[in-house]
Design a protein around this ligand. Structure first.
Ligand SMILES: *Cc1c(COP(=O)(O)O)cnc(C)c1O
Length: 395
């Protein structure tokens, strides 16, 4: 243990630094949210906290536009929200139609397999929306399929798929929908009741602008019926909705399941309250407005979008790296000289695109201006920059 002791003795308190966060998440937190999270921790069964949990449920119903009674934040990140939806709804042998048009659809496939289900894939290219005609053809040839799973807002490509149309198809074919709204919720319309979505999950750290680590989920009555009528127990004890609802669903009679992340939920409460104060429609408009300014600014630099116009997500702008620039070194320079984070491409798009997020509190005019201005100066000086680096290093 001597070497561990010595290593541990050298560690200093961690000090974060304010950055402009314009990647694919996390987004920036409003000072009100940070302040809320710094309040004294209280017990998770304290009546004060139980009232806060009930208010969070109401605010989430507002964000999701749903009257679903089962609407609450899972104590884990968006990836766990995905896993919880599959773990509760999919039983061994179930056929699940999975749409894949980017990274996250691939994770859905993996989840179906791990639950013992049979994924039936509908594939579209990275950068395209899910094609409803392909989905319909697959639903027609697989009448036994029980679930249609798709990603509403593909963060790996910046593409929005038509959730309303896909949900209509599912309903006509007697399927439940399982929908990823991690990047859409709070940034563009997610109308759970109007579109009749069934199992929907999201994340705290994207357009809700809260700290990472929470996953709002909502289940329709139809989805709960399927969970209740399972032949087998939900394989995951932690994610079993029946058990979790004893904690989140019973007001002051709630029973211990796990210890909720108290301070993280202080933050979510404040972030959701701010969304309600702004108004959902105003938030959607704001995301769209700032996207258009960014688009025009980037266009003036000759930087092009990967995705065609009608599929673009305003909160996540995926653009091609200009020929003259090196992907990784530009991102490193943005961080070093401008304190600005943007995202890299994933999978087949790695090195070819940047993912510029304008999510939640990060979707502000000054962020758009900073990003366009910084890219402009890097473009103008790219040949000279190598020299600058050398000079700085030799100082
Ligand atoms: C970010 C993201 C997730 C995962 O959320 P984490 O909080 O990183 O676990 C899932 N789906 C989509 C579409 C995402 O953008």
């Amino acid at each position: 243990m001597n070497s561990i002791d010595a290593k541990a003795a050298r560690i200093k308190p961690f000090s974060s630094t304010p950055r402009t966060l314009m990647g694919p998440g996390p987004s920036e937190l409003h000072p009100r949210v940070l302040t809320a999270m710094a309040q004294p921790t209280i017990g998770h069964l304290d009546p004060l906290f139980i009232d806060l949990m009930d208010e969070i449920k109401v605010l989430l119903q507002y964000a999701f536009q749903t009257e679903n009674a089962v609407t609450f934040p899972l104590s884990a990140p968006g990836s766990a929200g995905m896993e919880a939806c599959f773990a509760n709804l999919v039983e061994p042998g179930d056929q699940v139609v999975v749409c894949q048009n980017g990274l996250f659809g691939g994770r859905m496939k993996e989840n179906v397999e791990r639950c013992g289900g049979i994924p039936i894939m509908v594939e579209d290219e990275w950068g395209s929306a899910v094609d409803p005609e392909k989905v319909e053809a697959v639903l027609n040839t697989h009448p036994e399929a029980k679930i249609l799973a798709f990603v509403h807002a593909e963060t790996s490509t910046g593409v929005e798929s038509d959730a309303r149309t896909l949900a209509d198809l599912a309903i006509r074919h007697g399927c439940l929908t399982l929908v990823d709204t991690v990047t859409s919720l709070g940034g563009s319309p997610v109308l759970v009741d109007e579109w009749e979505l069934d199992a929907v999950y999201s994340g705290s750290q994207k357009c809700l602008s809260c700290a990472p680590g929470l996953s709002p989920i909502t289940f329709s009555a139809r989805a709960l019926e399927k969970v209740k009528n399972r032949r087998s127990k939900v394989q995951s004890w932690f994610m079993d909705l029946n058990l979790m609802m004893g904690y989140w669903g019973k007001g002051r009679r709630r029973v211990y399941h796990h210890t909720a992340p108290v301070n993280a939920l202080f933050g979510l409460h404040e972030a959701l309250l701010m969304l309600k104060e702004e108004g959902l429609e105003n938030a959607w408009d704001r995301h769209l407005r700032h996207h258009l300014v960014l688009r025009d600014g980037l266009a003036s630099l000759g930087i092009e979008f990967l995705v065609r116009k009608d599929w673009r997500l305003p909160q996540l702008n995926v653009v091609r790296v200009p020929e003259a620039l090196n992907d990784a070194s530009v991102r490193a320079d943005l961080l070093k000289y401008y304190n600005l984070e943007i995202g890299a491409g994933l999978g087949p798009l790695q090195g070819d695109v940047w993912r510029i997020g304008l999510m939640g509190y990060s979707s502000r005019p000054e962020n758009v201006l900073l990003c366009v201005g910084a890219l402009e100066s890097l473009l103008k000086t790219c040949s000279a920059l190598a020299t600058v680096h050398k000079t700085l290093e030799n100082r």
